[in-house]
Design a protein around this ligand. Sequence first.
Ligand code: GLU
Length: 556
Amino acid sequence: MKKIQLSYSEREELCALLFPEVRESCEEIEARFPPRDLKEGAVVSRMAPSPTGFVHLGNLVQGLTSERMCHQSEGVLFLRVEDTDAKREVPGAIETLIQTLAHYGISFDEGATLEGDFGHYGPYRQRARKDLYHVFAKKLLLEGLAYPCFCTEEELSDIHNRQEQNKENFGYYGKWAVWRDAPMAEIRKALDEGFPWVLRIRSTGSIENKIAFTDLIKGKMELTENDIDHVLLKSDGIPTYHFAHAVDDHLMHTTHVVRGDEWLPSLPFHLQLFRALGFRVPKYLHIGPLMKMDGTSKRKLSKRRDPELALTYYKAEGFPIRSVYEYILTILNSNFEDWRRANPNLPASEFPFSYKKMNPAGSLFEYMKLVDVSKNVISKMTAREVYEEICAWTEEFDPELFALLKADPEKALAILSIGRGGQKPRKDLGTWSEVRSYLSFFYRPLFVSEEAMPSHVSREDTAAVLNAYRALYCEGDDADTWFQKITDLAVSLGFAAKPKEYKASPESFKGHVGDVSMVLRIAVTGKSASPDLYSVMKILGKEEVLSRLDQALSKL
Ligand code: GLU
């Protein structure tokens, strides 16, 4: 590797030319970001999403992993908005980002909020930290570890083409890095002529060398050193992700960097940067991708092909936040399900989350499993909680149902109380979008008779059941009397009182009590499957029950 050409005084001159506005020293900056006063072993981590307008399940997986690690260790979790790529930023994306994360209940101790920054280590939006990056960029320049490069797009693509022809590795490195050893006179001339410049690292790495590294999720690995003179500051003075990552995570005292494993190829460069800057290297956890089954093989979830990657999808489908949260724990920690079975009523936040249980290769996303987890979560909620959640959801996604729920909260609560609260609560609902079909029959304007009467009960018998029951139904009956009346009715019409009796001698009966109940169920609810019919009738009230029996009779 050739020695740097510029003398110390030339580098001093260059610093003054490139960073005339930098007055502070690195030491002064460091003093503004003192070490955090936390107990031994406390994890400091962050979510550092880019405001591209798309918040995805991967963000949540990463956020939840960091969140658990921080909060289980009495550490600090902060939100840093990585807005260095202005071209990719969508208007309103920062607000969407902050709102979406808040919706999913990731609670930050500091960072960017809708009202501005909160905490002592800000600003928490990278574009607002430009001055800080320049102080450290200037230090690298002075130490001969960085240099300005004036290459145009055309020159860079020319280098690329020549590398292709020569079958050499691509990139700006070694002999291809034309500004790496440029003499001061040439740099001065380019600056005088007003050429835009970027700042590049003067890499001392070689692809011949390997670095041993331990990632907390991936385990021991061997990385190839970085030999590319990557860009640190772009021509508008804004840092690249890499440079901002090193400076920010150092100044913010991040102990653990948790991120997607698409960043693994950049890791050698990051390690090099931390060393060049004299920073302690944080611990890294690179999370494997989310995958799904496609036929018999697994593939990564893709933004283009899989709507379920976007977090907005879960909101629109009506998955409660707690369900998504528990599902993510289920796929991240293989022992979560056992823990949940052993502790059915503890909040998920009490689960001892461990990054050691994460699969280095990534997790498999299964929609049906999510629905199952969600059914479990919803079955444990109180009727009031469900009511509140469905009001919030329907207000946005089903205004007609929202109006009915709001008009009579007592009725809605009675409906939602059916089968809830006991040892074995019903697991009817997996998402709030299923609520309409689950309870619409309770509301006259939404009631439709969806299913035909059972075909194995004759038209005459169906009519007889409906007519007789009309006369028998009494709103004040308790559950036992109610059922006894149906049994008596069944027997009087020639049906067996018990399915067992019928099975023992089918030729002696028209059917059994279940068939009679089914006729009544379909008449009253329009469906062959419904919550407990006694409770249903109670909530509907006598007038409505009789009117539905009449309606069913008239349709025969
Ligand atoms: N802004 C990066 C991203 O959105 C953050 C990666 C990291 O957590 O360091 O992928």
